[in-house]
Design a protein around this ligand. Structure first.
Ligand code: NAD
Length: 373
């Protein structure tokens, strides 16, 4: 029986006290007893960086790799070359950009994720982040903790979401749920930018409008939320050039992937006031280094930073769903049963999703997953 390698984050004391923290090395997605009883070698570690890491040591003969986007084991092309037995990568969560998907396609390695498992969790976080930026919540709370009380200092940069134009880059499962949740806020307009159009009925239900050109799109938005996967077409998509086309003082929320936004360009745009706020939970490298600019960047009024560690999609509710989903994918693989097509990013014959960039459709099977579902 092949080796199963699983890279998760260390949960420490919290994971010992809270067994529902399933995505940790302590609680091992709840898979340990089941896999050990079936006689599998199951290696679980959080040690993922560098040639001497457990990840790089075990990947050379692992048949199955389980990873999570929250503490990504970066499976580069080089490592894929070395992983001679690797057949399948399972992402416990949503977002498999930490795997070189093109290299996986070339080597016939399948990549599956638990589609939909945390999309509500993230959509709720996006709405929260939009509100905390627009209403200038963080500086107001910090003022209270400091023992100060100066209403005008925070009110001078606080607004209502009502009447603003909000747009999402990517209107798949998360982006669409964000639009749905924003509907009752009576925004001036809800916009989206996506190469895949929403079904007409879905667009009508939330009352959103598609904008085909990205610069045109951002120039119309008071708030831009990034909700597309990271792939070669979205890396650095929000860069210094695009930020020039934002409305001055717009707010930007990114819970998709850190590398979609250029780190230095975002920090500079916030510092200059070109954007009024940036919030999210995803970073270009995870864990983010202590001196990462996004930890402390501020707008000219000393606010506008709503950054947190990568946790929007790992609420306890989400962990239960993605742990169950990862087990189901594993079970299907081990018993040679068909996989749910919505979970397949890379199948035996190549890409089976349209969400990771516009590719030659011949690579897609007839059961291609439809991102909107
Ligand atoms: P999805 O596949 O349902 O939707 C993605 C949408 O993005 C699709 O409609 C696709 O057409 C669109 N898209 C792809 N490339 C684009 C581009 N260049 N420009 C515009 N649109 C583009 O995925 P989802 O479930 O909505 O998740 C989206 C992403 O959110 C994931 O890939 C992941 O990176 C991220 N995510 C983050 C967390 C978190 O905890 N922060 C959790 C889950 C997912």
């Amino acid at each position: 029986m092949g080796k199963i390698l699983c890279i998760l984050y260390s949960g420490g004391e919290a994971a010992e006290q809270e067994p529902r923290l399933l995505g940790t090395i302590e609680n091992q997605l709840g898979l340990t007893d089941w896999l050990k009883e079936a006689g599998h070698e199951f290696v679980v570690s959080d040690d993922k960086e560098g040639p001497d890491s457990e990840f790089q040591k075990h990947i050379v003969d692992a048949e199955i790799l389980i990873t999570t986007p929250f503490h990504p084991g970066y499976l580069t092309r080089d490592l894929i070359e070395k992983a001679k037995n690797l057949k399948i990568c399972i992402t416990a969560g949503v977002g498999s950009d930490h795997i070189d998907l093109n290299a996986a396609v070339e080597k016939g390695i399948e990549v599956l994720e638990v589609s939909g498992s945390n999309v509500v969790s993230v959509a709720e976080h996006v709405v929260m982040s939009i509100l905390l930026l627009v209403r200038n919540f963080v500086p107001a709370h910090e003022m209270i903790e400091r023992g100060d009380w100066q209403v005008s200092q925070v009110a001078r940069n606080a607004f209502d979401l009502e009447g603003k134009v909000v747009g999402t880059i990517g209107a798949g499962r998360i982006g669409y749920r964000v639009l749905q949740r924003l509907k009752p806020f009576d925004c001036k307009e809800l916009l989206y930018y996506d190469y895949a159009a929403l079904p007409e009925k879905a667009a009508q239900e939330v009352g959103c409008r598609r904008v085909a050109d990205l610069k045109d799109f951002v120039s119309q938005c008071d708030v831009v939320a990034v909700n597309c996967p990271l792939h070669e077409g979205t890396k650095g998509l929000v860069n210094a050039e695009l930020l020039k086309h934002f409305k001055k003082g717009a707010w930007l929320v990114n819970t998709a992937r850190g590398a979609i936004c250029d780190k230095d360009a975002v920090a500079a745009a916030l510092k200059s006031g070109q954007i009024n706020g940036y919030a999210g939970d995803v970073w270009n490298v995870q864990p983010a280094p202590k001196d990462h600019a996004w930890r402390t960047m501020k707008n000219p009024l000393g606010g506008g930073n709503g950054m947190v560690p990568h946790y929007s999609g790992t609420t306890l509710d989400a962990q239960a769903r993605y742990a169950a989903g990862a087990k189901e994918i594993l079970e299907n693989y081990l018993h040679d049963k068909p996989q749910n097509p919505a979970n397949v990013i890379v199948g035996k014959k190549g890409y089976e999703t349209k969400a990771y960039g516009q590719r030659t459709m011949s690579l897609l099977t007839p059961s291609e997953s439809i991102a909107f579902n």
